[in-house]
Design a protein around this ligand. Structure first.
Ligand code: G6P
Length: 611
């Protein structure tokens, strides 16, 4: 998983490319590199291990590199350790073909062996060097820059967004993609290429989302597209409507904190787009009421936090719409042999729309004829394009690796899906339906209320900062909130934590409770709080320090339990939307207090486009 940027046009290329790469660091940040064709027609390459800042320093923010056409890369290692040698761009032996790549070439070993047999030598451990030399091989064979890329596509298996500079074609960038994102932008005097829109938003709002196996050819005069037969194709441009500010930190210390604070707006925006005049309007979804009536079950899949949204959805949809729901981890589901009726609705949840396992699960199911709905935040992403229908969450670009606002927007998507199914299938009355929609409209204000009192959570975090283990327990939807809360804590504070269905803890794991272990109980489900309180007491009697996150109307909480926060009252179906905000802030403050890199936690990346 990596980020790539390319630019050709009237400006000095390197500063534009480096600036673009800073917006893509969420895609990877263990090394970076840049290649620019200089005035004498040669291609200069500079690479540096570590964050992009190191490369910026070495090149004086790109000022040191002459030239108007170039490509850059920020890396998150897959093949070969993070090092200058393994960093992109990679080149052929005489430095006449230089490439950057995002994705994984799955058959790079046999390809490498074949190239070695033909006399090629390799200096790095990367699949990208193999890709570059494969392009070189076919370029030398056919003397055609387009043919070299189509041959590459015919021989390479896996995922790639590959951008190439040929010394013989100064001022031009050639690119091809399959299953890895790539967007191409243009202005009067130049053309841009990037893994994601924020990288080029400062320069242009006019973009093309490129398709699998499509070749893009960029020059200062414009952009051309070709298919695998090397025929030029027509393509419709899109205009980006995002505010450039939305991709910046906007005054907050970290993107994560900014994104946590954007949640009231994100929830409101997502609701406003799909609820009109007290009615859910799924007009843009390409799914009819007839479809919703005919599904006999719902299968939800995703990874990480997106999977956790599925766990919430399972409770809400089954309760309201009385239709069986299964939630499946995408990396498992893609290799399962499920028993299907053919009448299932597959819901794939993904912020980025590029997660390899989620995409693969979607493809497996589509091949079996199952109708799919993607809940995705990134417009034009691979999952969005592969699904039959798309619900675009309106979270805007999310930069912090740990997801917050996209998770919240996904929750709204699944609530609306539950209500839509319930209405069409007549499992709730019109009055209840309207009541639920009204209740949803109160969420932004309730979330704002929590944000306004975040110092309470900060204080609690400062008291807990030395804990080694934290257990989150709850039942029903509170359990679903627990698994997300625990993941947030692990991701950014590096404190070990477990999330358990409260009733399950005693079946083994309770042996880990020691004197002072922090056990956090989430109590928002009226019919279940008594049971969870009993489970909390079981841990307390084994030495746990118990704290609870409860809605204000929950009674019967023992006086000696620490109250972490009193949540505003909310219908139990939607309580995850407010409880999670407290837990996001708890994880955030712990991460800051422990001096961690909040937005770029160790070992993680925002978008996991590998298996
Ligand atoms: C990565 C991120 C997680 C995220 C998961 C799924 O592992 O670090 O925060 O939940 O991918 O990402 P997606 O883009 O599919 O929602």
């Amino acid at each position: 998983m990596c980020g790539i940027v390319g630019y050709t046009g009237g400006r000095q290329a390197a500063p534009v490319i480096l600036d673009g790469l800073t917006k893509l660091e969420y895609r990877g940040y263990d090394s970076a590199g840049i290649a620019v064709s200089n005035k004498s027609g040669n291609i200069d390459i500079v690479k540096a291990k570590g964050k992009l800042q190191v490369l910026c320093k070495v090149t004086h923010n790109g000022e040191n590199l002459d030239g108007f056409c170039g490509i850059g890369h920020t890396r998150w290692a897959t093949h070969g350790e993070p090092s200058e040698n393994n960093a992109h761009p990679h080149c052929n032996e005489d430095n006449t073909i230089v490439a950057v790549h995002n994705g994984i070439i799955e058959n790079y070993v046999p390809l490498k062996e074949k190239l070695i047999r033909r006399g090629y030598k390799f200096y790095s451990e990367t699949d990208t060097e193999v890709a570059t030399k494969l392009v070189d091989y076919y370029y030398k064979k056919y003397n055609d820059p387009l043919r070299a890329l189509t041959e590459f596509a015919l021989h390479a298996r896996g995922s790639y967004a590959l951008a190439v500079l040929y010394k013989d074609y100064p001022g031009e960038i050639f690119a091809i993609r399959k299953d890895s994102p790539m967007v191409v932008g243009y202005t009067d005097g130049g053309a841009y290429l990037a893994s994601d829109v924020p990288a080029i938003l400062k320069y242009t709002r006019n973009v093309y989302y490129t398709d699998n196996y499509e070749i893009s050819r960029l020059s200062a005069n414009g952009v051309k597209f070709y298919n695998l037969d090397r025929e030029e194709t027509e393509k419709q441009p899109s205009v980006i409507t995002w505010d450039a500010e939305a991709a910046e930190k906007g005054g907050f210390e970290h993107f994560m904190l900014k994104e946590i604070h954007e949640q009231p707006d994100v929830v409101r925006n997502t609701l406003n787009c799909f609820v009109r005049d007290g009615e859910i309007d799924f007009g843009e979804l390409n799914l009819s009421d007839e479809d919703f009536k005919n599904f006999d079950s719902v299968i939800i899949t995703g990874c990480g936090s997106a999977y956790h949204v599925g766990v919430v959805a399972q409770y809400v949809i089954e309760d309201l719409a009385r239709i069986p729901v299964r939630v499946e981890i995408a990396s498992e589901y893609r290799y399962r042999n499920p028993v299907l009726t053919g009448k299932e609705l597959l819901v794939v949840i993904s912020q980025s729309g590029e997660t390899a396992d989620s995409l693969a699960a979607l493809r497996e199911m589509s091949a079996k004829g199952i109708k799919s709905l993607a809940v995705v935040n990134v417009v034009g992403s691979s999952i969005a394009r592969a699904a039959d229908a798309v619900f675009y969450t309106k979270a805007g670009p999310e930069i912090s690796v740990a997801t917050t606002k996209a998770y919240s927007a996904q929750l709204i998507a699944v609530y609306l899906l539950a209500l839509k199914l319930a209405k069409v299938r007549k499992t709730i009355t019109e009055n209840r339906y309207k009541g639920f929609l009204k209740e949803l409209a109160t969420l932004p204000e309730k979330i704002s209320g929590i944000l306004g009192n975040k110092s309470e959570i900060q204080k609690f975090a400062s008291e807990m900062m030395d804990r080694k283990d934290v257990f989150f327990i709850g039942r029903g939807i509170d359990y679903a909130t627990c698994i997300e809360s625990s993941l947030k804590l692990k991701e950014i504070s590096y404190i070990h934590s477990e999330a358990y269905a409260a009733g399950e803890l005693k079946h083994g794991t309770i042996s880990l409770i020691e004197n002072g272990t922090l056990v956090l109980g989430i109590l928002t489900q009226n019919s279940l709080v008594e049971k969870t309180i009993s489970n909390l007491k079981e841990t307390e009697s084994r030495g746990a320090y118990v704290a609870v996150l409860a809605t204000e109307d929950v009674a019967g909480i023992p006086a000696n339990f620490r109250k972490l926060f009193s949540l505003p009252g909310v219908d139990g179906h939607f309580s995850a939307s407010i409880a999670v905000v407290v837990m996001q802030l708890f994880a955030y403050f712990l991460s800051v207090l422990r001096g961690n890199d909040v937005d770029k936690p160790r070992n993680l990346a925002k978008s996991v486009t590998v298996e």
